[in-house]
Design a protein around this ligand. Structure first.
Ligand SMILES: [Zn+2]
Length: 424
């Protein structure tokens, strides 16, 4: 398989398209099939390994760094209450990576004609930039020209150079107007700041950080039904946004503003200041932040500070919790099973995987033998003699306790096989 180098700042779908084209494959399915075969994933399905995971392996970088540098996930997942403790691109979030790891952040595919010409002059292929696929941006920050775009369904599967001849171009005059708008620049800077984070913020953290600023700025922070008269007289953040932002840009990016009149509350915008639920898009939070903070850095720093105030005691890792259960049940699977009830089968399997074997209903013999072997460093023969149990019984115990190592040895062997097949 030909493994192209991902370009710096190239969006995931563009790299996927490059893998497909360079290997002469007819469609996405055959591209995934080839990558899965190369990565040694038999019977691939999105549930076993996500496409973005395969891409990171083909690119030869860790999954986290591929996701953080080549996808828009860090932005799309910047504010979430689902698994906020998990880093963007972590394998612990595989179902999310499978379902929306490579989702687009805007509907058309955008490119800068000058960037593509530069690619053609310097590189063997041209690529779609992640920066240009961020919502709200209509010009290239490097070349200061308006972006071009295409609505073609399969745009990212093709080279952007294919669209050079007949590009749809965003109107330069319109772009010039937008580019001079401080609030739009702040909005884009905040989106950029969020794209740069490695972990998400919870809805409550961002809400509380925004509220602190909003109160100082005289903006209303409570919804209907919970208003004091004083609060009711304060300005709605959606009103302030509507006054400050260019109408054409605002209506395009946030259509909820198209028919809004002054004083009319927009739950998806104003609500970010009081709602604890994930009801608004990340863009809505960035929009509100852009009238409360001066830069993306300032906003992200305030979110970080708020996060450290919200931090609760970290949850005990599963392995620690299971070991505690094992100790409480004196190593007897029967006792632990009785305690765990319906969930006991899976739990006992995990205990075995962790190398915590069943010591039996009356653990005396095995427990004494284990103590002699593991704590006092005696041989298997000596430990068996002291505990008065058979040599085989303690050998089995030691083997079961090493189940984690056994699994790892098998996986290492598999890995060595893959490496040697890559070389040959
Ligand atoms: Zn450019």
């Amino acid at each position: 398989m030909i493994r192209p180098q991902p370009h710096p700042g190239e969006i995931d779908r563009s790299y996927f398209g490059a893998v497909r084209r360079m290997n002469g494959l007819p469609d996405d399915d055959s591209t995934v099939a080839l990558m899965a075969e190369w990565a040694g994933v038999p019977k691939w399905s999105p549930k076993t390994v996500s496409v973005i995971e395969l891409l990171s392996q083909v690119a030869g970088v860790s999954l986290e760094s591929f996701v953080q540098q080549h996808s828009t996930l860090a932005f799309r997942r910047a504010i979430t209450s689902r698994r906020p403790d998990v880093e963007h691109g972590s394998i612990d979030n595989r179902s999310l990576l499978s379902s929306s790891g490579m989702r687009r952040a805007r509907s058309a595919a955008y490119f800068c004609v000058d960037c593509i010409h530069a690619d053609q002059a310097e590189l063997i292929r041209s690529s779609w930039r992640r920066e240009h696929q961020m919502p709200g941006l209509y010009w290239c920050s490097k070349h200061r020209v308006g972006l071009s775009f295409t609505d073609a369904e399969d745009a990212f599967a093709r080279s952007p150079s294919e669209f050079l001849d007949s590009p749809a171009v965003v109107d330069e005059k319109w772009v010039a107007g937008i580019r001079g708008s401080e609030p739009v620049l702040r909005y884009l800077d905040i989106c950029d700041g969020l794209l740069d984070t490695t972990m998400p913020f919870t809805v409550a953290v961002v809400r509380d950080a925004l509220r602190k600023r909003a109160r100082i700025a005289g903006i209303r922070c409570t919804g209907r039904g919970q208003n004091s008269r004083r609060e009711r007289n304060r300005e709605l953040v959606s009103d302030r946004i509507q006054t400050l932002f260019p109408k054409a840009w605002l209506d395009l990016e946030f259509p909820v503003f198209v028919s809004k009149c002054a004083g009319q509350m927009l739950q998806s915008i104003d609500g970010v200041l009081w709602s604890g639920k994930e009801a608004s898009s990340v863009g809505a939070y960035a929009l509100v932040a852009s009238v409360l903070f001066r830069t993306g850095d300032e906003a992200v720093t305030a979110f970080m500070a708020q996060k450290s105030m919200h931090r609760v005691a970290p949850q005990e890792p599963t392995s620690h919790r299971l070991r505690r259960l094992y100790v409480e049940g004196l190593g007897s699977y029967e006792a632990i099973g009785r305690k765990a009830g319906a969930a006991s089968a899976a739990l006992l399997r995990t205990l075995a995987d962790l190398g915590l074997p069943d010591l039996g209903r009356e653990p005396d013999g095995l427990l004494i033998a284990a103590k002699q072997f593991y704590v006092h460093g005696r041989s298997i023969r000596e430990s068996a003699a002291v505990a008065g149990i058979s040599h085989t019984a303690i050998e089995t115990l030691v083997r079961e306790a090493g189940l984690g190592l056994r699994t790892a040895v098998l996986e290492i062997e598999e890995r060595l096989r893959q490496l040697s097949s890559m070389v040959s």
